[in-house]
Design a protein around this ligand. Structure first.
Ligand SMILES: Cc1cc2nc3c(=O)[nH]c(=O)nc-3n(C[C@H](O)[C@H](O)[C@H](O)COP(=O)(O)O)c2cc1C
Length: 181
């Protein structure tokens, strides 16, 4: 079994997928990992859409990652997707967020996103978080109302290849300090 440290370090963005399907139970585990995430005031300001139906996936493949969004065309080969949508947060979280100049909803979504990709990694499933995709096409395919914004899409799939690039971390002095800025 992986330690948490090993799990965190082994997760990389995977951009090449095998055709193998992902068991629905495993996708459900990924969603569950998201649902157990912490959120400001326990607002749980989210909705996760698991896209695993062949016809929906086919429609996503042909329109959501093409044209202007072609740099993510690799995602067309993913076995499944999880679409992350942020929803209204509780009033105290939204007031606190305003006063702190922090959008807690986005933070909540980011934590949930991290839980999903780590759960996927633990199940041996590769993933890539996508912030660049055809928002309107995805909304149309998934019946998402016009005013609802999709924050992220996670592409998921088994792989027999490693990540496409070396991991490059910023200098540690730049990113971590003790007891002062
Ligand atoms: C909010 C967010 C948006 C991202 N959007 C994309 C994307 O549109 N396309 C892509 O290929 N990778 C995307 N990534 C993946 C990053 O490029 C990747 O996490 C980063 O380069 C670090 O590499 P690693 O995930 O392999 O550690 C995104 C990651 C995050 C967190």
């Amino acid at each position: 079994m992986n330690t948490f440290k090993e799990l965190v370090k082994s997760r990389r963005s995977i951009r090449s997928y095998l055709g193998r399907r992902i068991d629905p139970e495993k996708l459900e585990l990924c969603a569950e990992a998201a649902l157990y995430s912490p959120s400001a005031c326990n607002s749980q300001p989210w909705k996760f859409i698991i896209v695993n139906d062949n016809s929906a996936k086919e429609k996503m493949r042909s329109s959501v990652f093409s044209g202007l969004y072609n740099m993510n065309s690799f995602a067309s080969n993913a076995a499944a997707y999880i679409v992350l949508i942020s929803k209204k947060t509780k009033l105290p979280a939204s007031i606190a967020g305003y006063l702190m100049r922090t959008d807690f909803r986005q933070i909540d979504l980011g934590i949930a996103c991290s839980n999903i990709v780590l759960q996927a990694e633990d199940l041996g499933i590769g993933s890539c978080i996508l912030g660049w995709f055809d928002q309107r096409a995805a909304r149309r395919i998934l019946n998402i109302p016009r005013l609802v914004n999709i924050d992220l899409i996670i592409a998921l799939g088994y792989t027999d290849q490693g990540p496409s690039s070396e991991r490059r971390l910023k200098d540690r002095d730049e990113t971590v300090s003790y007891d002062r800025y």
